[in-house]
Write a protein that binds this ligand. Structure first.
Ligand SMILES: [Zn+2]
Ligand SMILES: [Zn+2]
Length: 379
């Protein structure tokens, strides 16, 4: 997009300010609240005023590891209100409540033709930015949504559905993609290790697929939340040996599938031990490159499959939107902490050091908006 195609901020709307607050990543574990220019938009693009943006484990990993150059503005589980639209945008108008995906694949390249969208070069381009190198931008007041995302990755939020519920569309999509990779069959037994927000969503989806779900976590508080969602078979992994318990419940075999929803690589071995011969282990949180010890005979002789899943699938976009917008699960309940943008650094700090009572952490520039606006009810 050339500069000439961009709309000057003054031409857009008097209600859109020239500058805004944003949480800018400046280096390893260094995120600062700064005043930056509200991004300009071009033809086919839109400007989103951010209400809520979920903090994702991948944001935390990037901030802690320095894997990406600075400066950047992260945050990609973003819901809000359309503040302005560029020339030619027909599907949206200012005032629309929407949630945006930040990646959309080309659907044409080698990887897309083989349904591995997350490896598509176009998919890897980030289509939402609040300035600097595009990185999502949700930890700010306004986000520029680029044309291909406006076309294929922007979804209206129905009346009665809150911004908080809506911001789960992308994480739910990633969980659905993981479930697809697992090919669960009705009646199978699944162990879900980790009952943070993602582990709980995965557990709900596994149950929906007809599996018997066993959940485990080190924090009894999290297991209580799992129980309140109807997961009776919980294992307090701080007290008990999950492998032994799972085997005890499956005539000594082990679970048909194990989902590892905790980043710790030390849990890969126990996850494989808890799986029956011929079963599957899904690595869902192992986003850090490194080396681990695995028992090769568990894969060869015992025919246990070690599989992975990362990011979202465009093929599951509709299903994930339906699940979230129809409130098949009360996702707002998973939010334990809401931080105004001014306290973004504290929010990221808490999310990267989860406490027993912390679940999903969201950054909420819209925390001061009227409650009716949250629900999409006309005022
Ligand atoms: Zn994410
Ligand atoms: Zn592609």
């Amino acid at each position: 997009m050339g500069i000439a195609g961009q709309i000057a901020i003054e031409d857009r709307s008097p209600s859109i300010p020239a500058t805004m607050l944003a949480a800018v990543y400046r280096g390893i574990n260094d995120v600062r609240l700064e005043t930056v220019v509200v991004p300009a938009i071009g033809a086919g693009e839109l400007l989103l005023r951010v209400h809520t943006c979920g903090v994702c484990g991948t944001d935390l990993k990037k901030i802690a590891s320095g894997s990406h150059s600075a400066p950047r503005i992260f945050g990609h589980e973003t819901s809000g209100v359309v503040a302005a639209v560029g020339a030619g945008v027909k599907k949206f108008e200012p005032g629309d409540r929407v949630v945006v995906f930040h990646h959309i694949p080309c659907r044409e390249c080698y990887y897309c033709r083989h349904n591995t969208f997350a490896q598509c070069p176009t998919y890897k381009k980030v289509g939402c930015t609040a300035g600097f190198e595009p990185s999502g931008g949700g930890f700010s007041e306004y986000v520029r949504v680029m044309d291909w995302i406006v076309e294929q990755g922007t979804v209206k939020i129905p009346e009665g559905v809150s911004f908080e519920q809506a911001c789960f569309v992308e994480p739910v999509n990633t969980c659905m993609k993981g479930m697809d990779a697992l090919h669960l069959e009705r009646g199978e037994t699944v162990l879900v290790i980790g009952q943070g927000p993602i582990g709980i969503i995965l557990s709900v989806l596994a149950r929906k697929a007809g599996a018997t779900v066993i959940t485990s976590d080190l924090y009894p508080e999290r297991l209580r939340i799992a129980k309140s969602l109807g997961f009776e078979h919980t294992i307090d992994a701080s007290q008990h040996d999950a492998v032994r318990i799972v085997r005890g419940r499956t005539e000594g075999r082990g679970a048909d599938a194990v989902i590892l929803a905790v980043a710790s690589n030390g849990l890969i071995r126990p996850a494989m031990d808890a799986t029956r011969p011929g079963g599957r282990v899904l690595l869902f949180a192992q986003t850090q490159r490194g080396e681990v010890v695995v028992d090769p005979a568990a894969i060869c002789v015992d025919e246990k499959a070690l599989i992975g899943s990362y990011s979202a699938s465009v093929d599951l976009q509709e299903a994930s939107v339906r699940f979230v917008m129809n409130r098949e699960m009360d996702l707002e309940r998973l939010i334990s902490h809401r931080f105004p943008l001014q306290q973004c650094a504290q929010g990221l700090e808490l999310a990267s050091h989860p406490q027993p009572a912390s679940m999903k952490v969201v950054i909420q520039p819209g925390s001061t908006w009227k409650r009716e606006a949250w629900e999409g009810i006309p005022q």
